[in-house]
Design a protein around this ligand. Structure first.
Ligand SMILES: [Zn+2]
Length: 398
């Protein structure tokens, strides 16, 4: 029996187990910075699956490993979720973890504990196959992604010195192979004015007017931002505006504007800041906000809110290994595409230059949406794909 046939057989045997593991995760709410209980449950599942190593790092990420090879393949799932939003929009309990009509239901099933459950089964399959190839396969279950994408991986690379040769993000791709997405960043701009009595505004200098003129320039800037054939167009928009003044009968002396910037290929923190500086009024100040919330372990690992753009070419050996795995397992051609949203790839590939592909169960349109669910058959196929990937990489994507 070929390795591929064995992997497919085991993925099917463990299909319902994979769904039940996901169900157990969904029952434990795991908002960013509050993931401790779900990490404990996933550690239990990894140990039960026979992983060679299971440990929690200094930030609170769970690291599971199968294999002892000299090269490092990392397969990543962030296991924090966003909140449920308006409950009345849900047709079922977001934390029931119910398995019904071929789906696992609930918050986090698509984004993206489904990937985590499939990864655990992939580790189990590799152990049962006595995988002893050239890769150590690290399964990472990472924290705080929804709050600050990539920070968990900056921690793994910079503090834990876990530096993969290749990485896979298991964020939802509807079982397509993804190879990049736009980056993003945030700006805070502070405008100062001079207050005076509102009855004679000419004596003052209104900070709200300065911010407003600037905001309209931002609207124009958006229209002339460049596009990339694969990743699409960069974007910028004002997201928040706050001002103050001595009273409601005064000229405003302070205004703060927040901007959301999506960065396409070739756009960086430096280029995006320089564009704004061109029409920034004198005395106004641009800063990039810093994320500094403590993890559930109390660890503070700060990061500037800059999430670099990344993509790898379609003919890259990692993409081709994914394509070969897909063809061999499923007898079809995969669709190769990109995410619309941001992932931990901003740190792994965007900042650190380590090649990443995406392959995950579930549909990304259900991420952060009510009635989130993931097909059980996606979980089965994803577990087979992750188990096959180290073999495909060794064969050079053949
Ligand atoms: Zn996600």
């Amino acid at each position: 029996m070929s390795k591929i046939a064995e992997i497919l057989e085991k993925a099917e045997i463990y299909r319902d187990k994979t769904a039940r593991n996901l169900s157990e995760m969904v029952k434990i709410p795991s908002l960013s910075c509050g993931e401790e209980l779900v990490i404990q449950e996933i550690a239990r599942q990894c140990r039960e699956a026979g992983f060679d190593e299971v440990r929690v790092d200094g930030l609170g990420n769970l690291i599971g490993r199968v294999g002892y090879g000299p090269r490092v393949l990392a397969i990543d799932a962030h296991i924090d979720t966003v909140d449920v939003g308006e409950r009345s929009l849900w047709d079922f309990d977001p934390f029931s973890g119910e398995i019904r009509d071929g789906f696992v239901l609930g918050r986090g099933t698509a984004d993206q504990e489904g990937g985590a459950a499939a990864m655990i089964t992939a580790g189990r399959i590799l152990k049962e196959l006595d995988y002893d190839g050239e890769y150590s396969v690290y399964f990472t279950f990472t924290v705080m992604e929804e709050d600050c994408d990539g920070m968990c991986w900056n921690y793994l690379i910079e503090k834990e010195k876990l530096v993969p040769d290749f990485a896979v993000s298991t964020e939802p791709t509807n079982l397509n192979i993804y190879r990049g997405h736009r980056g993003r960043m945030e700006f805070e701009i502070q405008f100062h004015g001079v207050s005076c009595h509102g009855s004679e505004p000419e004596r003052g200098d209104n900070a709200i007017y300065k911010a407003s003129r600037f905001a309209l320039e931002v609207e124009n800037l958006h229209k002339r931002l460049k596009s990339d054939d694969f990743l699409g167009k960069g974007s910028i928009t004002a997201s928040l505006c706050e001002s103050s003044s001595p009273s409601l009968c005064s000229v405003s002396d302070y205004c703060r504007l927040y901007l959301d910037r999506r960065l396409t290929w070739g756009e960086t923190k430096e280029t995006a800041t320089a564009e704004l500086a061109e029409f920034l009024p004198e005395g106004a100040k641009i800063t990039i906000p810093v994320y500094d919330c403590p993890s559930y372990k109390g660890t503070v690992f700060t990061q500037e809110k800059y999430f670099p753009t990344w993509k790898i070419p379609e003919d890259h050996p990692l993409v081709q290994a994914g394509v070969a795995g897909y063809r061999n397992l499923f007898g079809a051609e995969p669709k190769i595409d990109k995410w619309t949203f941001s992932t931990n790839g901003v740190a792994i590939c965007g900042k650190h230059g380590i090649p990443v592909i995406g392959f995950g169960p579930g549909n990304e349109v259900l991420a952060h949406a009510p009635n989130e669910k993931t097909p059980v058959v996606h979980l089965e196929k994803a577990s087979a794909f992750y188990a096959a990937l180290p073999y495909m990489l060794e064969k050079g994507g053949k």
